[in-house]
Design a protein around this ligand. Structure first.
Ligand code: NDP
Length: 403
């Protein structure tokens, strides 16, 4: 029985709230806080209606205001914060957790607003302070980052003596019927995919131009899809925590229609994070674009198709070469029916709830700042499957690993 605060009333916040509310024996009281309280109220009402949970309250908070957030956490008497707002707030929320003496979990690593560059160093730096306070901070507990690392830890524990090659493959084979929309916060999404790509090979990072490498990858129940090499944050912690990995790459599908829109957006300067003056007011083009694009939380209705995300690994077991594939497929329509949100929010919110459950039941324990692959993968994967994201695995999988 624990009081938890969920911060962020977007698509992921909606799923996380509904999924926590399905388990009142663990999440006995929930406070959903975000900048816009009307969004919190809408989600809280809906979650209580869907689940019968009776103790979900709401609050307006700017999570970048550390004193106000510290007070909110203390007044509510929370034991942990589940942060599903934006990566910009990671450090202020961690600071408030340290002030209030509560545990912390998030789904995306810190990124400064003024520079589109995400890396774990800012949050790893807080390890000693969390350890000294006897608190646990779990970083990146969505799907990717998140489940992909737990999948890798599971592979390492059960199927390999040494892992050598890792490809994380992420397909969204859904159709929301909109000309252009992103499946999570548009500003964060466009910043991520317009950056240079990067992958790990033989002990160093190899940089690529955005969308330089494309491979047609065959996804289970989805079929072949154009997949592009991107840098994704979990690669950074995976190569640190599994040093036998010689090459680690991340691939994501994009359709031609999406890429054409993205190219136009970039060419006309709308993806820029440099401030410009508009009618005497300073605006950031990408922030303005976010305002006019569909809200990811509104995409669920009539969203068809599914996501398919997994890890393809090659290495050795008992001196013999081994290949392995572990993945989950998630239906957008089923996610919407259960929670009122589409599959990308669902595949993030279910692991966030599951990670929080691991922390509150003590199955994941520790003092300091950790990435999810540092914990025992077994109880997490068992609960993940039970609570909405069943996974499949294939030893000796026939998968390609050429560059
Ligand atoms: P949305 O944009 O739909 O929601 C973000 C929410 O955060 C909004 O409700 C917004 O507030 C709130 N917020 C923003 N700034 C503040 C602030 N200063 N104080 C309080 N609340 C704030 O995004 P998503 O739900 O799609 O994504 C949420 C997070 O999940 C992001 O960090 C994203 O990167 C991450 N993510 C992780 C994935 C994974 O697999 N690991 C996959 C997908 C997303 P309001 O509307 O109230 O103004």
């Amino acid at each position: 029985m624990a009081k938890v605060i969920i911060i962020g009333a977007g698509g992921v916040g909606r799923v996380t709230t509904v999924k926590c509310a399905q388990h009142p024996e663990i999440f006995s009281e929930i406070l959903l806080a975000s900048r816009t309280i009307s969004k919190c109220d809408d989600i809280a009402q809906d979650a209580m209606k869907r689940t019968g949970h009776r103790r979900i309250t709401t609050a307006a908070i700017d999570a970048e205001d550390v004193p106000a957030l510290t007070k909110l956490i203390q007044n509510f008497g929370a034991v942990m914060v589940i942060h599903v707002a934006l990566p910009y707030q990671d450090l202020t929320i961690m600071e408030a957790c340290l002030n209030a003496g509560v545990h912390y979990l998030d789904t995306a690593n810190y990124e400064p607003k003024e520079e589109a560059k995400f890396e774990y160093s800012h949050q790893w730096k807080l390890h000693d302070r969390f350890a000294e306070a006897g608190l646990l901070a779990v970083l990146g507990c969505g799907f990717d980052p998140g489940v992909t690392q737990v999948f890798t830890a599971h592979a390492n524990k059960h199927h390999f003596d040494e892992m050598h090659y890792l490809d994380i493959v992420d397909a969204n084979a859904g159709d929301h019927g909109k000309a252009f929309a992103t499946n999570f916060n548009p500003e964060i999404n466009i910043r991520e995919i317009t950056q240079k790509g990067k992958y790990w090979e033989n002990g160093k990072w190899v940089e690529t131009e955005p969308f330089e490498h494309m491979k047609v990858i065959n996804y289970p129940d989805v079929g072949p899809k154009d997949s592009y090499l991107l840098f994704h944050e979990e690669l950074e912690s995976l190569v640190k925590n599994f040093p036998t990995i010689k090459r680690a790459r991340f691939w994501m599908t994009f359709g031609q229609e999406y890429l054409t829109h993205l190219r136009v957006i970039e060419n006309i300067g709308m993806a820029s994070i440099e401030p410009v003056m508009h009618n005497g007011v300073e605006i950031i083009p990408l922030e303005f674009l976010k305002t006019v694009l569909p809200n990811p939380d509104s995409l669920g209705d009539n969203y068809t198709g599914q996501t398919s995300i997994g890890c393809r690994i090659r290495g050795v077991k008992h001196g013999k070469e081994q290949t392995y594939y572990i993945w989950n497929n998630c239906s957008h329509a089923a996610a919407f029916e259960e929670t009122g949100a589409q599959g990308v929010s669902y595949t993030t919110g279910v692991p966030a709830m599951t990670g929080a459950m691991m922390m509150l039941t003590g199955e994941w324990a520790g003092k300091g700042v950790f990435n999810v692959e540092e914990f025992n993968p077994d109880p997490f994967l068992e609960k993940l499957a039970k609570h909405g994201l069943p996974w499949n695995e294939e030893l000796g999988a026939d998968i390609e690993f050429e560059a």
